[in-house]
Design a protein around this ligand. Structure first.
Ligand code: TRP
Length: 457
């Protein structure tokens, strides 16, 4: 997919498709299926979905464009890029990126571990009919620790061995397959009785909920997480661009693909939830519980069990592909951390990857022991800190770098009107909205942290 440039030591994408597919590989992951279904279940369905689309379109795409601009402009890894372009006062933003990569990967790996477990157990016909009990038994404690460590070991192995590109190529085949499979599953789910109620919950908004701060906050956080925004991850990919790509259009393409996968996943999950009466079990639209976090992991096997042996094959195939999607995302998270250590401390790639991979694996242990901890980490790092990162990225690009950034964007995007719109969104809309979201998010994050530090009975 990539070829070394003869004139420099830095790789560059051979094709536009190579760049886009790699960025899609980072964006599409557990966020689209595990997280999207659990947050849609938590946030009352349709209102959340609509607000999510609004955030992706008006904040997500312009900010992704900004991250692409910083990457291509600097031709550097994210932490070096913000310091070099912004000046040393912006160095803390780079450190924030590293904290986010570290923090997200630590619990992301636990969930990726669940997918491995499901993939293996489905072929062994070992997923109990009582999927709630089964999820409970594999999602925390020693089974979860074992699969979490296995997943981290594989991620580290891939990044050390440099077979990243081979893996990306595999992902390019498996991800379209995953999408195709989702479409088939959605078609099947449509035939279930009760699917209408599922669609109603998922697609018919209660207007009042559109202004519910809790739901606004969930939608904003999900947009950042799912699009891999707010921690410089996408800067890396754009730093390997040389050609005159239209960065705005590329961001739109990546966001559309990412949304498509999440949306179809919802079309699978919610009819199943309603047909099999799982609403109460997962606490649909109510207070978040361990089971809410397991929405995907309970709904899918419950639905497919009804198909007998064929169902097991489908569950297994589904979770294998979800695992591949997770590992391409995990690589992009680890890469931000590793690149910073290599550039900052002059460590070798192998040393940086092994040492920090190990630290991240240790950092994930509490999430493997307690879903409360996992949720708190997800809300604090995976939502709040990404929004903070996005807020400062919009300030950096919209104020400190605007003329350069606009010139960089113009390389590939001729339309002055489009560039003005982008600049407006990045300078005014994004910082204002993200500041409000940050403030609204404080109580939500605090609620998730309280049980972890023992403040609620
Ligand atoms: N977007 C990925 C997902 O949906 C997760 C992810 C990968 C990510 N890299 C990231 C999230 C960088 C935030 C920032 O599964």
């Amino acid at each position: 997919m990539t070829t070394p440039e003869p004139t420099t030591t830095r790789d560059a994408w051979a094709t536009r498709a190579g760049f886009i597919l790699a960025a899609v590989g980072s964006a599409v992951g557990l966020g689209n299926m595990w997280r999207f279904s659990y947050v849609a279940a938590e946030g009352g369905g349709a209102a959340f979905v609509i607000l999510y689309v609004v955030f992706v379109t008006f904040i997500g795409v312009p900010l992704m464009t900004s991250e692409f601009i910083v990457g291509r402009l600097s031709q550097e890894s994210p932490v070096v890029a913000v310091r070099r372009l912004g000046g040393s006062g912006w160095a803390p933003l780079g450190w924030l990126f590293v904290v986010c990569g570290f923090g997200i990967l630590s619990y992301y790996s636990v969930i990726a571990g669940w997918t491995m477990r499901y993939a293996v157990d489905a072929v062994r016909n070992a997923i109990a009919i009582d999927t709630e009990a089964y999820f409970g038994s594999v999602s925390t404690g020693w089974p979860a620790i074992f699969t979490h460590l296995a997943f981290m070991a594989m991620t580290v192995g891939i990044v050390v061995a440099g077979v990243k590109r081979g893996l990306e190529r595999t992902a390019l085949i498996l991800m379209p397959l995953l999408f195709l499979m989702l479409l088939c599953l959605a078609g099947w789910a449509a035939t279930l009785s009760g699917s209408g109620a599922g669609y109603g919950y998922y697609l018919k908004p209660q207007l009042g909920e559109l202004v519910d701060p809790d739901i606004i906050v969930l939608a904003a956080g999900q947009a950042f997480f799912s699009l891999s925004l707010g921690m410089g991850a996408l800067m890396t990919y754009a730093s390997y661009l040389r050609s005159r790509e239209n960065l705005g259009r590329e961001a739109g393409t990546v966001a559309a693909a990412d949304f498509g996968v999440a949306f179809v996943a919802g079309l699978v999950v919610f009819p199943i939830v309603f047909h099999f009466g799982l609403g109460e079990t997962i606490g649909l639209g109510g207070a978040i519980s361990d089971n809410t976090v397991g929405t995907l992991f309970m709904a899918l096997p419950t639905g497919l069990h009804s198909l007998g042996g064929l169902g097991n094959v489908v569950i297994s195939a589904f979770f294998i592909m979800l695992f591949v999607a997770a590992i391409t995302s995990a690589i992009s998270l680890l890469e931000v951390v590793v690149a910073a250590v290599i550039d900052g401390w002059r460590w070798t790639r192998t040393k940086a990857t092994i040492v920090f991979g190990t630290l991240i694996a240790i950092g994930g242990l509490p999430s493997a022991f307690s879903i409360d901890f996992l949720v708190a980490a997800d809300k604090f790092v995976g939502n709040f800190l990404l929004i903070v990162g996005g807020f400062f990225t919009s300030l950096l690009v919209g104020y400190r770098l605007l003329p350069q950034a606009d010139a960089e964007l113009a390389d590939g995007l001729d339309s002055v009107a489009a560039r003005r719109t982008w600049a407006y969104l990045v300078r005014y809309l994004a910082p204002v909205v993200l500041l409000i979201v940050m403030i609204l998010m404080v109580p939500v994050v605090w609620d998730a942290i309280k049980p972890v530090i023992g403040l609620t009975g």
